[in-house]
Design a binder for this molecule. Structure first.
Ligand code: PLP
Length: 412
């Protein structure tokens, strides 16, 4: 058929693997009853009662806003000034001395997409983690970019050798480096890098920046559920050591931090030692915003400011409850997995634990799990177990059961 869309765009439909399996799990619950089914597919935070977690302080704040605030456009294409300042204060928590600007975006997605779209030309290569949130690949595809992937782990540590190798090759090819690191609480492995690992990354990228401009895109979507809380934000000070030829874009999301996924609000924090770099990024990102979404949900921005200004104690208490729950669920799963000998990628904190295996075994195992009414999500080289949405009672005994099924698949 003649192309009604542009010739250069791939017309292969999105294969939403998560959505398809979520539906299978729903059907199984209808057929066999809730008790007989383990649904480890849903990637949002759920309560112990099996409902979507929606922080009261957040939605009380939203419903309390004046209608005119909800109705209004934002103050500008980069967002509201009080929101932008609050993002810096909350996210960086005093841990950065770099020059910085903030652009409000529709979710973390907007911040990541904008960076990938505006920092590379078609045909160039973006460096991604090998096991990662699927949208990175789609963003690359939609912008006609190539992808180079670094292997994430060397044993239970960040794979610095692979990171170095992939960045070096990419840099030599195109004289520019745009690198995505999804840390802390990597999706889907739950890994978080140590300060020393960040120091190594920055020292290496500083070396690269002697030869070409470097953009580090640090996706921190899950940071507010890091077990260390304020401690988990201290690594930002490592960025103070970046060279004059490097920029950091921190992609922040209210979706997880405020449990407000559907309100589509987040931010790109643009940081560099050299203000000219930040201003260049800001000029182009602001135009990109104007040309695509124009401006961001005013009510969501106002709510974020109100929660942090006037409801901080409640917000901390409510969030901490879920941090504790994630800790409890992940500890049960991992302790039982360790006891049973079920292998998973190094997990420190976050919404998911991911079992490690090659893709051939993964495909057979995923089917076998479903035959046993256990529903999970396939990721590259693994099986994602969404402990974020599973009540403790469902997590108990799961790892052992999964190991038995794995043994059967491997013996077949
Ligand atoms: N980054 C990662 C790693 C994610 O998992 C997600 C959401 O699942 C996002 C960014 C962006 O989410 P949102 O656009 O809802 O803020």
């Amino acid at each position: 058929m003649t192309n009604f869309v542009k010739d250069s765009v791939s017309q292969t439909p999105i294969v939403d693997t998560v959505f398809a399996i979520v539906n299978k799990a729903k059907e199984a619950k209808k057929t066999y009853g809730e008790d007989a089914v383990t649904d480890a597919t849903i990637g949002s935070l759920y309560t112990e009662a099996g409902e979507l977690a929606a922080l009261d302080c957040v939605f009380d704040s939203l419903k309390n806003l004046d209608n005119k605030v909800l109705a209004s456009y934002a103050a500008g294409f980069t967002g509201n000034p009080d929101f932008r300042q609050k993002v810096i204060d909350w996210v960086l928590d005093g841990n950065s001395r770099l020059y910085k600007e903030v652009i409000a975006t529709p979710g973390g997605t907007g911040a990541v997409a904008m960076t990938i779209q505006e920092c590379l030309d078609p045909g160039q290569t973006v460096v991604l983690p090998e096991i990662a949130w699927g949208s990175y690949n789609l963003m690359a595809q939609m912008n006609n970019l190539e992808v180079a992937k670094y292997s994430l782990f060397d044993g239970d540590r960040f794979n610095m050798d692979s990171f170095r190798e992939v960045c070096t090759k990419t840099m030599e090819k195109q004289g520019k480096l745009v690198v995505v690191i999804n840390d802390p609480c990597h999706n889907p492995t739950g890994y978080s890098m140590t300060r020393e690992e960040w120091e190594e990354v920055i020292a290496f990228l500083n070396g690269c920046s002697k030869k070409c401009p470097v953009v580090l895109l640090n996706d921190i979507a899950y940071i507010d559920f890091a077990f260390g809380q304020k401690e988990a934000k201290k690594y930002f000070s490592v960025f103070d050591d970046i060279s004059d030829n490097m920029a950091v874009v921190v992609a922040f999301s209210l979706s997880k931090s405020m449990t407000s996924y559907g309100m589509r609000c987040g931010a790109a924090i643009l940081m560099a030692k050299n203000p000219e770099i930040v201003n260049q990024l800001k000029t182009v990102f602001e135009k990109d915003a104007r040309a695509t979404w124009s401006n961001v949900n005013n009510g969501a921005m106002a709510m974020f400011v109100d929660v942090l200004d006037n409801r901080l104690e409640d917000y901390d208490a409510e969030r901490q409850k879920y941090v504790a729950l994630l800790k409890e669920r992940s500890e049960i799963f991992r302790n039982e997995a360790d006891a049973a000998g079920l292998a998973y990628y190094p997990y420190r904190e976050g919404f998911f634990v991911t079992l490690s295996m090659d893709n051939d075994l993964r495909d057979r195992y995923h089917e076998a799990l479903m035959e046993n009414n256990i529903f999970t999500v396939k990721v590259n080289k693994g099986i994602r177990v969404a402990i974020c949405s599973m009540p403790v009672a469902k997590v108990k005994g799961l790892a052992g059961h999964m190991k038995k099924i794995l043994d059967e698949v491997q013996a077949a």
